[in-house]
Design a protein around this ligand. Structure first.
Ligand SMILES: *[C@@H]1O[C@H](CO)[C@@H](O)[C@H](O)[C@H]1NC(C)=O
Ligand SMILES: *[C@@H]1O[C@H](CO)[C@@H](O)[C@H](O)[C@H]1NC(C)=O
Ligand SMILES: *[C@@H]1O[C@H](CO)[C@@H](O)[C@H](O)[C@H]1NC(C)=O
Ligand SMILES: CC(=O)N[C@H]1CO[C@H](CO)[C@@H](O)[C@@H]1O
Ligand SMILES: [Cu+2]
Length: 572
């Protein structure tokens, strides 16, 4: 996909009026907004368990979705947002961080208190949850969670205010998260059919951490509310009245009046503030960083050369820490890093981003979206008992030889006669086409993902855990693409003869169990997918073959909505 004109417009010193049918488009001149003036917020933390006689036991939370005003920056007027919270008054963007205990179920009743009208333009011509004016459809997915199908937030299990309207696959008000996955980093976000991109843009996102003190405390990593922090990063653009700006004209307006292939904003928001600042002590901190952008990739680097020590990835701890100077985070990927500010030679470090957008072939970053946040470091060092041990956690390695099946997943983009993207599919199929991926519970499979588009697509698999084993460039790609377009069958198109190009090493900090991975354009990416818990001998404590099943999809939200998503049903 070519970089679109509006990326450029966002970054111009642009206060003039653009003609628009609905509201006048007066964008905030982001380059004029002062950076690093707001303190980095820490989102409210909610325990997903209660403690009885010193033992954590299961609890039920009630978390609502509310429309309210949110200040993204000292000098921006308040912005209408959709926010998660226990009450409207305490609702935040991102929502509260839920702290769960491994093995202790957290139940959540998600409630919708949103008004009838969306604050952002959505497009009824893509497959969309339509509530016939009974409010805004929403449904929550806990990303990275291992839980039963009825609690997975299927896109067709949406509901509106007071459950007035419900989607065809809705079945329950209260979701159960058994928290049986390994300690690590999850996030929750909206997943309603065709509305995921706008509901997230409006603010429906939050962090979720699974902890197990018995196995984690001995690691000695920075811990406690002050030194173990969640950072939720996303990009937005704003009008001069403070409202979130999203182009309401599609790139193919005669086909899709509103849908655009990728949303980019130029203000980089961390924990709900644009370019915030955080005072840190001269010691180690742990940051669990979620990329909650619709389409923006981030390549992070610290201005003073401090390194990131990766201890975990998006589903589990790494076996050993990996130190890097920079790293790339796709939408919805999570990095779990330790930064040791004691090693800083300066008192200030700016977290920068230099990933082109769209990634990898789009525009370079500019002065505005190249900055993320600032750390102001105390002058004097202090005693720091935390450490990064040489060995973290041991998990089973991917067992390719035990794989019971190989599947090919081809990514296609379709264009209008003018060469503008109209929609994207996996394996040439829409979401509502009959299920084709039906793995057996407890088994391991190999998925070979073939990216036949020009974009990098982060592929996310619900329930399963993936380990990337190889990235191989496709040779004679035009011939292969031609054949795939005709017959849509990798084997008949002799995939083996095309997946022979150069190998791209998987970065060391991503060699672990994950739930999202970046599929490079023109590559075949081979991943081992495990449909079992990591602890051998433990089965899923829920009916994994139940309705409505699971899904897998591209995590560029604009693609997922139109419709780079497929059902995934487990069988026994
Ligand atoms: C909105 O998108 C349309 C279609 O791509 C484009 O022509 C228009 O310039 C965009 N508007 C703005 C303000 O960027
Ligand atoms: C954040 O996630 C989005 C959506 O998954 C992705 O498009 C984007 O590139 C990611 N950005 C960063 C900084 O990782
Ligand atoms: C699991 O769900 C499937 C599909 O709904 C159903 O046929 C099966 O009986 C359920 N199994 C159990 C043990 O409840
Ligand atoms: C950027 C890039 O490598 N794009 C390639 C993606 O894959 C398709 C088909 O395999 C190629 O046509 C593109 O050139
Ligand atoms: Cu995609």
């Amino acid at each position: 996909m070519r970089a679109l004109l509006y990326h450029v417009l966002f970054s111009l010193l642009f206060l003039g009026c653009l003609a628009s049918k609905d509201r006048s488009v007066r964008l905030i001149k982001l380059s004029k907004l002062k950076k690093f003036v707001d303190d980095l917020p820490d989102m409210p933390r909610i325990k997903g368990y209660t403690v009885s006689d010193g033992v954590p036991i299961s609890t039920t939370l009630s978390i609502g979705m509310y429309q309210k005003l949110w200040k993204f920056h000292r000098d921006l007027p308040p912005t209408p947002v959709f926010a998660y919270g226990i009450t409207k008054a305490t609702a935040t963007v991102p929502g509260p961080t839920i702290e769960a205990r491994q093995g202790v179920p957290t139940r959540v009743t998600w409630t919708n208190h949103l008004p009838k009208k969306h604050i952002l333009p959505w497009d009824p011509t893509i497959p969309t949850a339509e509530s016939s004016s009974n409010g805004i459809p929403t449904v929550v997915h806990l990303h990275g969670g291992i839980h039963g199908p009825t609690s997975d937030g299927n896109s067709h299990a949406w509901f509106t205010v007071d459950f007035k309207s419900k989607g065809p696959l809705w079945s329950t008000k209260t979701y159960t998260y058994p928290n049986v996955q390994e300690p690590g980093n999850l996030w929750y976000h909206d997943h309603a059919m065709g509305l995921t991109r706008v509901n997230l843009l409006a603010g429906l996102i939050g962090s979720y951490t699974v902890r197990n003190p018995t196995v984690e405390d001995r690691l000695g990593l920075p811990s406690g509310d002050e030194y173990d922090r969640n950072l939720v990063v996303f990009d937005r653009s704003f009008r001069t009245d403070g409202s979130i700006y999203m182009n309401s004209t599609g790139n193919n307006p005669s086909i899709h009046p509103q849908w655009q292939p990728e949303y980019f904003g130029d203000a980089i928001i961390v924990n709900g503030k644009a370019w915030p600042s955080m005072r840190v002590r001269r010691r180690k901190y742990r940051f669990r960083i979620v990329n909650a952008s619709n389409a923006r990739f981030f390549r992070f680097r610290l201005s003073n050369g401090l390194r990131f020590v990766h201890v975990g990835s998006d589903s589990a701890y790494l076996g050993r820490p990996i130190s890097t100077e920079n790293f790339l985070l796709a939408p919805s990927e999570i990095a779990d890093v330790v930064i040791d500010f004691a090693e800083s030679e300066t008192d200030v470090a700016v977290l920068r981003n230099d990933a082109p957008y769209p990634y990898p072939s789009g525009d370079p970053v500019n002065e505005v979206n190249g900055k993320v946040m600032r750390f102001v470091i105390e002058r004097f060092s202090e005693a720091d008992e935390s450490r990064v041990p040489a060995k973290l956690m041991r998990y089973p390695k991917p067992a390719m030889h035990r794989a019971v099946k190989t599947r090919y997943i081809a990514m296609y983009e379709y264009e209008s006669s003018t060469g503008e993207p109209t929609h994207l599919y996996l394996n040439g199929k829409s979401y509502d086409d009959p299920v084709t991926e039906t793995p057996r519970a407890g088994t391991t499979e190999v998925w070979e993902i073939i990216n036949l588009t020009d974009d990098n697509h982060p592929l996310h698999i619900h329930l399963g855990l993936l380990w990337v084993v190889e990235q191989r460039e496709l040779v004679k790609v035009d011939e292969f693409k031609e054949c795939m377009k005709k017959v849509n069958d990798a084997e008949r198109c002799h995939v083996g003869e095309h997946a022979r190009g150069r190998r791209h090493a998987v970065p060391r900090y991503e060699r672990g169990w994950k739930n999202v991975f970046k599929m490079q354009p023109g590559f075949l990416t081979r991943v081992v997918v495990r449909f079992a818990l990591l602890r051998p001998g433990f089965g899923y404590p829920f009916n994994v073959t139940g309705e409505p099943g699971y899904v897998y999809h591209c995590h560029i939200l604009d693609h997922e909505d139109n419709v780079m998503m497929r059902p995934l049903k487990l069988v026994l």
